[in-house]
Design a protein around this ligand. Structure first.
Ligand SMILES: Cc1ncc(COP(=O)(O)O)c(C=O)c1O
Length: 360
């Protein structure tokens, strides 16, 4: 445990404003929804707050029923988590022992190595191919000891994605003792036509055919509820049964459950969010091209840019401009910065600040 490197969250806006004595800092560091939550979700929280003296529904009956209907599966296939990262933790707790290996790609989400190390298991990091997952190298790295593989699709922090055919073939060829987690925290963005990710899969229907598949999704990103902490896993009901055994009682609070139900139903807000994202992505990529900077093509709500100099220094200089982005040296990308797609005016603040910083 002492050897664990704690997860580094994006710098909070209030912290930077306090440090610089400014008021209008912009945070594009944690892949949050810049439009915020659905108004319906906020109203649902207001309603739910009257009942906070009671414990929440420990089985999340209503949210699970709604998700089950939307995803066309049994509620028994669902596991609710305090954020989808908690679902990832349940998978590790339920399946991984210190004798096991956990496989993931270079430039993968920082939570995977933390969970692996916390379980005392061995992390096997497979080199990336063109910033994304190298599925044949990952397949070749599977041993008798491999118990779990994490694949984020799209991947954070690179925004790269895998097509249905490649991912399904990979899954078909996996030995049955290996659990595959497909982490779809950014699913809705990649599935949006505006992002142009032809062939991007919806893996949820696959759980019927593959009992060793767990799909995780979240309300933190497209639904704008990162602060409430709610996400879910989809798997074969027998696997969900195991995950729910390690789940702490009342892990999802009543405000989060109520807000998530309302957020799911608000398709107008979802569409607005997706629209803002693909427009913003076009603006950010065009700005990179104008500045002569390469970026990793992304189908998420963030863009990772090669700033051609130490990313940490550019990050610090942007902070002094009141713009918070994410340095990604800890992801093996020392010259890159990851920026979340913001509101149009936030994107402009970032572009103007980056232009000034790079000119210096
Ligand atoms: C790839 C990936 N998975 C999972 C998460 C966790 O999200 P949450 O725990 O808020 O659902 C994130 C958040 O940044 C992410 O980028």
């Amino acid at each position: 445990v002492r050897g664990l490197q704690p997860y580094q969250p994006g710098k909070p806006v209030e912290e930077l404003e306090r440090e610089l004595g400014i008021r209008d800092a912009v945070k594009l560091a944690s892949n949050e929804n810049p439009l915020g939550p659905s108004r319906l979700a906020v109203q649902a929280m207001q309603t739910a707050q009257e009942a906070v003296w009671r414990y929440p529904d420990g089985n999340g009956f209503r949210l699970k029923a709604q998700l089950a209907e939307q995803l066309d599966l049994e509620p028994a296939a669902l596991t609710l988590g305090n954020g989808s990262s908690e679902v990832l933790q349940f998978v590790v707790q339920a399946f991984v022992t210190p004798e096991d290996e956990v496989l993931f790609s270079e430039h993968a989400f920082a939570v995977y190595p933390i969970l692996t190390q916390a379980a005392g298991a061995r992390a096997v990091v497979v080199p990336a191919r063109r910033w994304g997952h190298d599925l044949s190298a990952m397949r070749a790295a599977v041993t008798e000891r491999t118990r779990l593989i994490f694949i984020a699709n799209p991947n954070n922090p690179t925004g790269t994605w895998l097509e249905a055919e490649a991912l399904e073939t990979f899954l078909t060829e996996l030995p049955p003792h290996v659990i595959l987690v497909v982490d779809e925290a950014y699913f809705e963005y990649a599935a949006d036509r505006g992002m142009g990710a032809a062939g991007y899969p919806d893996t949820v229907p696959w759980v019927e055919r593959f009992p060793n598949l767990v799909v995780s999704r979240t309300f933190s990103k497209v639904y704008g509820l990162a602060g409430l902490r709610i996400g879910y896993g989809v798997s074969h009901p027998a696997v969900a049964d195991l995950l729910n055994r390690v789940r702490p009682p009342f892990n999802c609070n009543s405000l989060a459950l109520g807000a998530a139900e309302a957020a799911l139903a608000d398709t107008v807000h979802l569409q607005r969010t997706l629209e803002n994202n693909h427009r913003g992505m076009q603006r950010l990529t065009a700005a990179c091209e104008a500045l002569g900077l390469e970026y990793i093509p992304s189908v998420g709500n963030f863009l990772t840019i090669d700033v051609e100099r130490p990313g940490d220094a550019v990050y610090e200089a942007l902070l002094r401009e009141g713009v918070i982005v994410r340095p990604v040296a800890n992801y093996g990308l020392p010259r890159h910065l990851r920026v979340t797609v913001g509101l149009p005016e936030e994107n402009e603040r970032f572009i103007a600040a980056l232009t000034r910083v790079l000119e210096r």
